[in-house]
Each structure stands twice: as C-alpha cells, then as structure tokens.
Write a protein that binds this ligand. Structure first.
Ligand SMILES: Nc1nc2c(ncn2[C@@H]2O[C@H](COP(=O)(O)OP(=O)(O)OP(=O)(O)O)[C@@H](O)[C@H]2O)c(=O)[nH]1
Ligand SMILES: [Mg+2]
Length: 664
C-alpha cells in the first residue's frame, strides 16, 4: 500500500473524531474515579490540606484540558475547507467560509464554553490601536461584537460565520496605524484602490462558541488567515500558534511550495525537539491533478512527484507530507460517497492527526496526572503508616502491662501524662520551623512574582524603544531571557536549600518526638526553563523573519512585549503553583502528625483508664488494637487499588505513537 508509512501501523483505522471521543471518554472516567477516591479519602479522614489541594488540581487539569489544533498556510490553500471536511461535514454543508481568493480575514477560534450561549464574537480591528494584548481583550466581553448562533440551523450558522471574511476600506494612514501598511516593504502592502483606500480586515479576532461534540470535549480549532494578517498580529505568531498542540501546514498540489509558503513554513512551522511530532504537512487539492485523459497510475505518479518535491524543499521525508483533497473529502462525506472519500485520502490525514496529535496529548496528560497521583498516594499512604505505627507502639505498651499490679499501671499513666505535657511544649518548636520555612519560601516566590516580571518587561520595552534598536533587538531579547533563566535557576537553588533545611529540621523533630516526617522533594523547575527556551525561540524566529523593521514603531514593540509578558506570566504562575503545593505538602505533614500525636495520647490514656477501672481486660484491648491494625492494612490496600486505577492506562492506548515529523 502506498501510504502504509503514515498509517502508523494501526490495523484498525480510527478517525480523528473517534480518537477524540475516546480521549473524552477516558477523561470522564478519570474524573469519576477521582471523585470516588476523594470521597473515600474523606470518609477515612485521609484528606489533609496537601492531598485536598492535589485532588483539586488534578480535577481542574482533567476537566479543563484543551487540545488546540491550528491550521496555518498562505491564503487559499484550503485551511477552512479542510476544517469543514474534518470537523463539520456532519452539518451536511460548508460551515466555515471557503472560497477563491482571501476568505478568512481574521484568526478564528472555534471552541466551546458552557458558560456562554452559542455565539460568534468579533473583536474590531481598531483595538489594535490600543496597547492591550489579545489575551486582555478576551477578558472584556463588552468590547466584542456578538452574534447569536443557532446550532440546529446549519444555514444560519454558515451565514453568521461569513462575517469572519468582512473587510473595511481605510486610508493608507489608517492602514499603517493598524499594522497593514509598511512603506519599507511595498510588495506586502494591500492593493491601493482608485479611491485612495485599501482593504483591511474588519475584525481582529473571532471566537466561535458552539456545542459541537468535539469542541465540547475540549478541542479548540484555530483557523488563520493568510500570511500578511498573521505577520501583523504578533500575538498569533509568538503565542497562539506556538502553543497549539498541533499545527497543520497546508500546501496546494497545483502550486507546490511557493516562496510565500516557504516563508510561512520557516516562520511558524520549523521547530526542533519536542514539538516536532505535532506538526503535520498536507498537500491539498490533489483532485486538481485528477485527469480523465491520463491513467490513474500516471495521475498517482504525478501526485507522488509533487509530494516528493514539496517534501524536499521543506527538508522532510516524502512520507511526512500527506496528500489529500479537502474539497472532495467534504463532498464525499456530505453525499456518503465512500469511493470518493477514499480517493480524497482524507481518512489518511485524519488518522495521522488522531494518532500523532491525540496520542501525543494523551501521553503528556497521563504523565502529568500519574506523577500527581503518585505523590497523592505517598501523602495519603504516609498518614496510614503513622497510624499503624502508633497502634504498634500502643500494643507494645499494653503488652508490657501484662501481669503488672495497679501501682505500675498508675505509674504508666503518670508517665504518659508527663510525655503529653512535654509534647505540648513542642508546639512552639514546630511553629518556629514553620515560620523559618515560610520566610524562605516567600523569598523564592518573590523571585517569580508579578512585580519582578513587570520590572523585567519594562526594561525590555525601554530598550526596544531606543532609536535605531533594530539590530540590537535580538541582543536585548537575549539579555532579558538570560536574566529570566538566571532567576529560575536561583529559585531552583533556593528551593534546594529550603529542602535541605527541612530535611535537617524534620530529622531533629523525628528524633525528639518520634515523628516520621519526610521533607517532600522540591519541584524540578527544569520544565519551566524549557518553556522559556521555547518562548525565546518563537520570538527570535519571528524577529528574524523580516519583522524586525516593525520594531521601529514603538506601538509594535510595546505590543510584542505585552504578548511576551502574557506568555511568561502563565509559565511563572505554574512554577509558583508547584512551589506552593510543595510548601503545602510539607506544612500539611507537620499538621497531620501533630494532630495524630495528640489524638494518640488521648487514646493511650483512655486505654489505661479502662484497664484501671477493670472496664475491659488487657488482652481484650490488645485484640481491639490488632483489629484496628487489620482495618488500616485494608485501607492501605484500598488506597493502592484506587490510585492504581487512576494511573494505569488501558492497553490499547499504552504505546506512544511515533513522531509524525522529525525535525527539519
Ligand atoms: N479543487 C479543490 N479546491 C479546493 C480544495 N480545498 C479547498 N479548495 C478551494 O480553494 C479555495 C480556497 O479554500 P479556503 O478553504 O477558503 O482556503 P483558506 O486557506 O482558508 O484561505 P484563506 O481563508 O483566504 O486564508 C476555495 O474555493 C476552496 O473551495 C481541494 O481539495 N480541491
Ligand atoms: Mg480560510
């Protein structure tokens, strides 16, 4: 078979939609099991502050997991048509506008938010005259123009979505201010009309909220306009596209790889390392090569030729370029024409998307979730072990009383009460440890806090505003990123110090009070270093692509730095979140062991009291404790079982898929 290489060896064809459904089913099942686990933990009094926090995070992580697939290409390559064919054929008509020439004029995000009714929201292009990044506009709904959508009426839906193609005619000065006109690069400028005006998009960004089954499960589709509009919206280039879980790059079979295709490929698609397996290259419109005057064999050979030439130019293996016909695929799905669907080769692309993209996403999500579950198991498991140890001590104590007279028993009681008094004093010691820990932690948190980041960004903005910065821009970025990395390293080093401080004091407390405290490992911040590297790369790539000249405009530089700041904020916040959770876990251990110890004193005294009053025999009491220990052992087993269910992956999804693209 011709395309055996990209079917990735799966004997059973699974479409993207089916694969996404499975992912959704897995998430629902996971959420349910998580809920059961949390109820069980609560019932057995194993839900300390750290465990509770971890459960909450896991729940949010699973519930809000989004998978963004971005479609990027020069105009008219068939991005919107491909989206129609893959996702919206069920409406039995074209939903996203797709036509000759420039059609999609603004980046269009399709997703589902249950809090908002089905609608199309459009952000006017004039918002570009203001400095706020897109991210901030998202939070001001009243600035968006809203149109309600009737999801049960495909005609109304398609008609409403036509708005993403709307344009406005503006003067050259206005176009310049909006970022669509550059005197230095006349070839990229829009055509000047007889009226002295040019056409620019009417909207800056579109958000479509519909309860499509896939979108409901967390899929977000990003349709983008052709090259020029992309370049003018730095946030799209440096934030949205680099953060997409998959980027589909589209070429047209009739044009092959043009100069502008290559420019887009270099600016958005070339990536190294981790993200390479989430890039897909599509050679669309192969139906243009279907030719009744040639044999199917000749046609196929020509498609293969185009495929290998394109692959070579992009620096890929031939098998990494997937030939399809989006339009014929759409028609075939609408008319239930199996032969045409086969000929369109759309199923091959869907398979690659589902296994490469979804497989990758699942692997990442599961790895993140498993690590969290393992910590949760350790935290809850420790609580059980402490209780078991306390029981063992009590048994020893009681066994020691066998055959002893009342005087000895009275003495024993006095000793326990003495121990209890001494222990109460230890509260102050623990408090002191806590406050030293908190003080150190606050210093680490401040390193990554908002004020520190703001200062860094203000400095970068000031540098970029210097006249004649163009050539120095990369250097300014490099210095900023070096400092950001140094800060992260410092945070890591301080965390390591805190960890060894905790280990030391915990060891002391363990020796003095018989605790079994264990300082949790400090979080590994290396992941955030890698995130920083990725962000830096996307900015470098962007500035290297002839966008440097735009930096001469101060508004542009500001916009770029704001886009950078929003992205960095997200990275720093998740690093902060991990540091805080780490702290919580250490503090919760102290609290839990203090509490358990107090309870334990109570129980020991009560046991002696009962024996003193001859209310129960010694052996009876020992048997009771043995029974409690058996129950705790059962709890331990149940904890392992419940958490094990959350970690284990069903066999069919256990194997990680091969990367679709090796780096170019
Ligand atoms: N023959 C043929 N035409 C196609 C195919 N896919 C898309 N087209 C047509 O190509 C034209 C452009 O398609 P669009 O989906 O609008 O392209 P786009 O990449 O979204 O373009 P912009 O929105 O302008 O950036 C439309 O007329 C489509 O019907 C295909 O596989 N075969
Ligand atoms: Mg389009």
């Amino acid at each position: 078979m011709l395309y055996s290489k990209i079917t990735l060896g799966d004997p059973v064809a699974i479409s993207f939609n089916e694969q996404f459904d499975r992912h959704g089913a897995w998430r629902r099942q996971f959420a349910l099991r998580l809920k059961l686990l949390s109820e069980w933990l609560r019932d057995h009094d194993l839900l300390d502050a750290a465990v509770e926090e971890r459960l909450r995070r896991l729940e949010t992580q699973i519930r809000s997991d989004k998978v963004m697939v971005a479609f990027v290409a020069e105009f008219s390559r068939g991005k919107s048509e491909l989206i129609n064919a893959i996702f919206f054929a069920g409406y039995k008509r074209r939903i996203m506008p797709a036509s000759a020439g420039r059609t999609t004029m603004c980046p269009t995000e399709l997703g589902y938010d249950s809090e908002v009714p089905p609608c199309l929201r459009l952000l006017p292009i004039e918002t570009r005259l203001q400095p706020q990044p897109l991210m901030e506009w998202r939070m001001v709904p009243e600035k968006w123009t809203r149109f309600d959508l009737d999801v049960n009426d495909a005609g109304q839906l398609a008609e409403a979505l036509e708005r993403v193609s709307e344009v406005r005619r503006v003067t050259i000065d206005e176009a310049r201010a909006l970022g669509f006109w550059h005197d230095e690069f006349p070839e990229d400028n829009p055509l000047l009309g007889a009226d002295g005006k040019v056409e620019v998009p009417r909207w800056r960004h579109a958000l479509i909220n519909i309860a499509h089954p896939l979108l409901k499960q967390g899929l977000v589709i990003l349709d983008t306009p052709g090259l020029n509009a992309i370049g003018a919206e730095p946030e799209l280039t440096v934030n949205l596209i680099p953060q997409a879980h998959a980027v589909v790059f589209i070429l047209a079979a009739d044009t092959g790889v043009t100069k502008s295709d290559l420019a887009i490929w270099r600016e958005h698609l070339i990536s190294d390392g981790d993200s390479a397996d989430s890039r897909l290259v599509v050679l669309n419109k192969i139906d243009m090569m279907w030719d009744a005057l040639r044999t199917p064999y000749e046609v196929q050979a020509e498609i293969e030729r185009q495929r290998s030439t394109s692959a070579e130019i992009l620096g890929l293996g031939q098998e990494q370029v997937i030939p399809v016909s989006a339009q014929k695929g759409l028609v075939a799905k609408i008319n239930d024409d199996a032969a045409l669907l086969q000929a369109s080769q759309l199923p091959v692309l869907e398979r690659a998307l589902s296994q490469g993209v979804m497989g990758h996403r699942r692997t990442i999500l599961r790895a993140a979730v498993s690590a969290n579950i393992a910590s949760l198991r350790a935290e809850a498991g420790r609580a059980i072990q402490i209780r078991r140890r306390d029981l063992a001590e009590q048994t020893m104590e009681l066994k020691g009383l066998r055959g002893k007279n009342t005087a000895v028993i009275r003495q024993m009681r006095a000793r326990i009460e003495q121990e209890q008094r001494e222990f109460d004093v230890s509260g102050a010691r623990v408090h002191a440890v806590r406050s030293v820990h908190l003080k150190l932690l606050r210093e680490v948190l401040a390193l990554l806090g908002t004020p520190a980041l703001k200062t860094e960004m203000a400095e970068l903005t000031a540098k970029l505003r210097q006249p004649g910065i163009k050539l120095g821009a990369r250097k300014a970025y490099a210095q900023t990123f070096d400092r950001l990395r140094a800060t992260l390293r410092q945070a890591q080093a301080s965390s390591t110090e805190i960890q060894s401080m905790l280990t030391g004091t915990f060891r002391q407390l363990n020796a003095e009070y018989g605790f079994s405290l264990q300082a949790p490992r400090e979080p590994d911040l290396a992941r955030f270093q890698r995130d920083l590297d990725l962000v830096e790369r996307s900015h470098n790539q962007y500035l290297g692509m002839g966008n440097m000249f735009r930096l001469a405009q101060p508004e542009f530089a500001d916009r770029l730095v704001r886009a950078l700041a929003t992205r960095l904020r997200v990275i720093y916040e998740s690093a902060l979140g991990e540091l805080e959770l780490w702290n919580k876990s250490a503090a919760a251990q102290l609290d839990a062991q203090l509490r358990d110890r107090r309870r334990n004193f109570g129980r020991r005294i009560e046991a002696i009291e009962r024996i003193q009053q001859a209310a129960s025999g010694l052996d009876e009491r020992i048997a009771e404790i043995d029974g409690q220990d058996v129950a705790l052992a059962a709890l331990e087993a149940k904890l392992a079982e419940l958490t094990g269910q959350l970690i284990e992956a069903p066999a069919e999804q256990a194997a990680a898929p091969e990367p679709l693209l090796k780096s170019a």
